[in-house]
Design a protein around this ligand. Structure first.
Ligand code: NAD
Ligand code: TYD
Length: 339
C-alpha cells in the first residue's frame, strides 16, 4: 500500500506517519508546504527510512499535486494539511480559507482525475459548533461552525463528501475532537500552557475558562484514522472522540499540578470572539464498525506529554522563534487584562 499524506510535517500528520512507518510495511509520501506549523524535526524517526519520502509543496498548487500523484501513484490520500488554529483564523482568515477550502478542492479534483482508491479527509468536531449539554453530536448532526477555521473545515468536509455523492470518489471523512500529545505547536491550549508553566510565565485563560473540550490523545486519533482508512465505508463520516470532556480551567489546573507550579500563574484574559462553549461527540459508529476506541487515559497522556515538553526545550525554542513571537504579541499583547 502507498499513501500520500498531506500536512505530514504538522502535529497529527507527523504522528500518523511515524505510526504508519513503524507499524505497517506501507510506503508514505509526505506532501507538506512547511508553513510555520510544519516541522521536519517531527519526522526525524522516519527520515532515513526508504519507505518514506518528503515533497515540499502546496496543496493549492495543482501542478505540484498532479506531479506527486503521477510519480507516486498512491492507493490512498490521507488529507491533514490545513491552517489549524482558530485564533489565527480570527486574526487572519485568508490563508485559512485558501488552504482549507481551496486546497482541499485542488486535491479532490486531482484525486478524481487519477481515480484514487480512497480519500480520507481529516475533519473536526468544531464543524458541529457549540452544543448545549446534554447534546452530543452523532454524524447526522447539522453543521453549525462559528469561526473562519471551523467554517472552512465544514466547507471542505461537505465538499469532500460531495465528491463521493456526485463523482463516486471513495471519500471517508473523520471528525475528531481536540488532540493533545508531543510535538504539538505551542499555540494550542495544552502545549501553550505546558510551555508557559515550565518557564514560569502566565497561563492566559480566555474568559471564564468554563468552555468544554473533549480531549483525545494524538495516537488514539491516528489509530482511529487507520481504522477508518482500512475498514470505513465509502462516503461515510466517522466521529473520533476522546470521551473525556473537561472545562479549560480544569485542564490548566492539571497542567500546573503536574508541573509543580502555582495557580497564581493563571491569568484570565479577554475572551476569544465567537468562542464555542462546548464540543461533544458520539463515536459509537467508528467503534461499532471497526472496534476502535480511545485507549489513553487523559491524566496519563497529559503527564507523558508534559514529560516530552520538559525533555525537549530545544524543540519548543526553535518552533517558538521568529514568526511565532510576532503572532504571540498580536494575539495576547492587547488582551492581558481580563475582559
Ligand atoms: P498543524 O497546524 O500542526 O499542521 C498542519 C500541517 O499542514 C503543517 O505541517 C503545515 O505545514 C501543513 N500545511 C498547511 N498549509 C498547507 C498547504 N497549503 N499545503 C501543504 N501543506 C500545508 O495541524 P494539526 O493539529 O496536525 O491538524 C491536522 C489536521 O487535523 C487539520 O486538518 C485539522 O483541521 C485536523 N484536526 C485537528 C485537531 C487538533 O486538535 N489539532 C482536531 C481535529 C481535527
Ligand atoms: P485551542 O487549543 O485553540 O483549540 P480549539 O479552539 O480548536 O478548541 O483552544 C482550546 C480551548 O482553550 C478553547 O476553548 C480556547 C481555550 N484557550 C485559552 O483559554 N487560552 C489560550 O491561550 C488558548 C490558546 C486557548
Amino acid at each position: 500500500m502507498k499513501l500520500l499524506v498531506t500536512g505530514g510535517a504538522g502535529f497529527i500528520g507527523s504522528a500518523f506517519i511515524r505510526m504508519a512507518i513503524a507499524e505497517t510495511d506501507w510506503r508514505v509520501v509526505n506532501f507538506d508546504k512547511l508553513t510555520y506549523a510544519g516541522n521536519l524535526e517531527n519526522l526525524a524517526p522516519v527520515e532515513g527510512d526508504e519507505r518514506y519520502r518528503f515533497v515540499r509543496a502546496d496543496i493549492c498548487d495543482e501542478r505540484a499535486v498532479d506531479a506527486a500523484l503521477a510519480e507516486e501513484t498512491p492507493d490512498a490520500i490521507v488529507h491533514f494539511a490545513a491552517e489549524s488554529h482558530v485564533d489565527r483564523s480570527i486574526l487572519s482568515p485568508e490563508p485559512v480559507i485558501q488552504t482549507n477550502f481551496r486546497g482541499t478542492f485542488t486535491l479532490l479534483e486531482a484525486a478524481r482525475r487519477r481515480g484514487i482508491g480512497r480519500f480520507l479527509h481529516v475533519s473536526t468536531d468544531e464543524v458541529y459548533g457549540s452544543l448545549e449539554p446534554p447534546l452530543a453530536a452523532t454524524e447526522e448532526f447539522p453543521l453549525n461552525p462559528s469561526s473562519p477555521y471551523s467554517a472552512s473545515k465544514a466547507g471542505s468536509d461537505l465538499l469532500a463528501r460531495s465528491y463521493f455523492v456526485t463523482f463516486r470518489l471513495p471519500v471517508v471523512v473523520t471528525r475528531a475532537s481536540n488532540n493533545y500529545g508531543p510535538y504539538q505547536f505551542p499555540e494550542k491550549l495544552i502545549p501553550l500552557m505546558v510551555a508557559n508553566a515550565l518557564e514560569d510565565r502566565p497561563l492566559p485563560v480566555y474568559g471564564d475558562g468554563m468552555q468544554i473540550r473533549d480531549w483525545l490523545h494524538v495516537e488514539d486519533h491516528c489509530r482511529g484514522i487507520l481504522a477508518a482508512l482500512g475498514k470505513g465505508r465509502d462516503g461515510e463520516i466517522y466521529n473520533i472522540g476522546g470521551n473525556r470532556a473537561l472545562p479549560n480551567s480544569e485542564v490548566v489546573r492539571k497542567v500546573l499540578a503536574l508541573t509543580g507550579k502555582p495557580e497564581t500563574l493563571i491569568q484570565h484574559v479577554a475572551d476569544r470572539p465567537g468562542h464555542d462553549r462546548r464540543y461533544a461527540l458520539v463515536s459509537d459508529k467508528l467503534t461499532g464498525e471497526t472496534g476502535w476506541r480511545p485507549e489513553m487515559e487523559f491524566e496519563t497522556g497529559l503527564a507523558d506529554t508534559i514529560e516530552w515538553y520538559r525533555a525537549n526545550p530545544g524543540w519548543v525554542a526553535r518552533v517558538r522563534s521568529g514568526e511565532y513571537r510576532a503572532y504571540y504579541e498580536q494575539n495576547y499583547g492587547k488582551r492581558t487584562a481580563a475582559g
